[in-house]
Design a protein around this ligand. Structure first.
Ligand code: ATP
Ligand code: MG
Length: 608
């Protein structure tokens, strides 16, 4: 491609609405243009990158025996009602775009395809002889994200590879899951990215687990906790560990004590000159179940620890039956305004005890969701860290007062449900080896592989007949990879002050031939010859034949991040050209006849 003929526009300044380097660079270098919130055009350079990523994905998927397919993006509501996800995906903060067609039928734009594929499996898979099966597609997904941001990182329209496998049993599912783990590792190695596979939260599904693939980068939205021995890595949402030991309490007799102005753990521990590890802190949450029931949740946890809301949400989902619901659609810390909707009297915030009376909840208030109401009793949960404490300090249900030297089973009844909802953090001891402490890193989640089991086959009735002629539920796995997010994550991991530095395997072009002065016939002639020969040799090459100053061309080449720049400048007098490697900035003069073979060697080597 000749730059003189390409729709090629670079920006000198950072666009105002871009916050992270990769977003700024992709906009500045003319890879993407914003069309609306979370909606981007992939311009020709970007599309080439996306195609390269897709091709690597495709090759590694096909190598495992998975079959490429293409499923419809328009999905009838019935399928989502069968799986039970229609409401959670469309109501409240649901992220599915839903519309009504001319026949008054509800349709959605696919945010994911479990329902569609399970429908197909139900329809087409009859016998164990047809199993296992694994279908995948590379396609645009639609999600009405609450906070679209960072360009392609969190779009409302984005490209995903999603694969779904079906099996006779868990063992067969595990095998494919392991094959995917390997395939993903191969892909990331081929992309040329630093990555880490980490244990991930599987949400309400729980069970046999899931793994995320993180591209390591400072701007990542996710925190990864890992140990240096390489034995453990998990998303902070999922991570488990041992906290520091609690300091044993010096308050050996129980009393209620006046503690003015101590509504935070910090102020309280200073006032009482005690360690936060001797305090039981009681944190109030408000959970909204899908049937509209609002449940006020009181979590008692050790004062120096924080609640992991993902773990808490999972615990709340386990209790759905108590509230005749199917799932939890929202979990928040209720602010003053939210409290006003259900409190009968003012809460002693900062001084709440584990036994705060249920009559703080007004009788029979209606939830805003139709038919819903507020559950009249607090749901009391105690985290393991707090359940273990003796002679602890906690609130006295009265502003300005705390209980000192309290014990479970004496002054306070231990809540029925003991849970692990504590947030692991760097410095905690690892469970597999207490000598190892957790380290932290930031990552961008680009892939997520999942053992779903019968989560969809059960509600949708997708079965097969086994060797004994019995009808059995299909076991299912799903394997996602954010193609467009990955392309931007690659930039986030690899850039410098002058622009993008693409890994060779996914660069839009391998090389760019730059003519410093297009009025110089000899420069043009050699550049044209190299441009033709390189492309003929399979080295994807751009020709910068624009009528611009050399400095402008060099700047643009750096900005768009093409791995190798070939300059037909002064050296041509000696039968040579200058070749500059974008990554190292190494520059060397190479004989014109050797350019093709030299680059071929480098590119092969870089691709590994
Ligand atoms: P996140 O927690 O970041 O919202 P998710 O758990 O919703 O991700 P999945 O449903 O597992 O993601 O989707 C599979 C992959 O699709 C993710 O690993 C990610 O790479 C990509 N992805 C998800 N949402 C978006 C989005 N809004 N924009 C771009 N890529 C996305
Ligand atoms: Mg999401």
């Amino acid at each position: 491609m000749r730059l003189s003929q390409m729709l090629f526009v670079t920006l000198r300044d950072d666009p105002a609405d871009a916050e992270i380097p990769s977003h700024k660079l992709l906009l500045r270098a003319g890879y993407i243009r914003r069309i609306g919130s979370g909606i981007y055009a992939y311009l020709p350079l970007m599309w080439r990158v996306l195609q390269k990523v897709s091709q690597i994905v495709r090759e590694e998927m096909n190598a495992t025996g998975a079959q490429e397919t293409l499923l419809p993006q328009m999905q009838p509501a019935e399928l989502w009602k069968e799986s039970g996800r229609w409401d959670t995906y469309t109501k409240a903060e649901g992220i599915m775009f839903a519309l009504t067609d001319r026949r008054e039928q509800q349709v959605a734009l696919g945010p994911t395809h479990e329902e569609v594929i399970t429908y197909i499996a139900r329809d087409m898979i009859r016998s164990y002889r047809q199993l296992p099966q694994h279908l995948y597609q590379i396609q645009t997904k639609f999600r009405d994200e609450i906070r679209p941001r960072f360009g392609l990182m969190r779009g409302r329209e984005f490209i995903m590879k999603d694969g779904y496998s079906f099996h006779v049993d868990e063992e067969s599912l595990k095998k494919t899951y392991q094959d995917m783990d390997k395939a993903y590792s191969n892909m990331f190695t081929r992309f040329g990215l630093a990555f880490r596979a980490v244990q991930a939260d599987s949400g309400a599904i729980g069970g046999s687990g899931s793994q995320e693939f993180m591209v390591l980068a400072e701007a990542g939205e996710d925190e990864v906790l890992y140990t240096e021995d390489g034995q453990y890595a998990a998303n902070v949402e999922k991570a488990v560990s041992l906290p520091a030991d609690a300091v044993s309490s010096t308050f050996t007799t129980y009393e209620k004590r006046e503690t003015p102005g101590t509504d935070t753990i910090e102020k309280l521990s200073q006032f009482l000159k005690c360690s936060p590890t001797q305090i039981v802190k009681n944190v109030l949450y408000q959970a909204v179940y899908d049937n509209g029931t609002i449940v006020l949740v009181l979590v008692s946890i050790r004062g120096d620890q924080e609640v992991n809301e993902v773990k808490l949400q999972n615990e709340l989902v386990k209790l759905v039956d108590n509230y005749k619901a199917k799932t939890v659609i929202k979990l928040t810390v209720p602010d003053g305004e939210a409290q006003e909707k259900w409190t009968a009297k003012t809460l002693p915030l900062g001084y709440i005890a584990p036994d705060i009376a249920d009559d703080y909840i007004a009788s029979q208030p209606q939830s805003k969701i139709e038919g819903g109401s507020v559950h009249p009793k607090f749901l009391r949960l105690v985290d393991k860290t707090a359940a273990e404490l003796k002679n602890f300090v906690t609130g006295a249900n009265e502003s300005g007062y705390h209980s000192i030297g309290a014990n479970w089973g004496e002054q306070f009844k231990l809540p029925d449900t003991t849970v692990d909802v504590r947030k692991s953090r760097p410095g905690d001891r690892a469970i597999h080896n207490l000598e190892q402490t957790l380290q932290t890193a930031r990552g961008i989640e680009v892939g997520h592989i999942f053992q779903l089991g019968t989560e969809y086959s059960q509600p949708m009735g997708a079965t097969y007949t086994n060797e004994q002629g019995e009808e059995k539920l299909l076991f299912m796995g799903c394997y996602g990879l954010g193609v467009s997010r990955l392309a931007q994550a690659a930039v986030e991991q690899s850039y410098d002050k002058d622009g993008i530095i693409w890994p060779v395997a996914i660069a839009p072009y391998h090389a760019i031939v730059t003519i410093p002065n297009i009025k110089d016939a000899q420069q043009v002639e050699i550049a044209e010859k190299l441009y033709t020969e390189l492309n003929q040799a399979g080295i994807e090459t751009l020709l910068d034949d624009r009528n611009e100053r050399a400095g402008v061309k060099f700047k643009d080449a750096d900005l768009i991040g093409i791995p190798y720049r070939i300059v037909t400048g002064r050296a041509i007098a000696n039968g040579k050209v200058e070749v500059v490697q974008r990554l190292t900035r190494n520059s060397q003069e190479i004989g014109i006849e050797e350019v093709v073979s030299t680059l071929k060697g480098w590119i092969e080597e870089a691709k590994g």
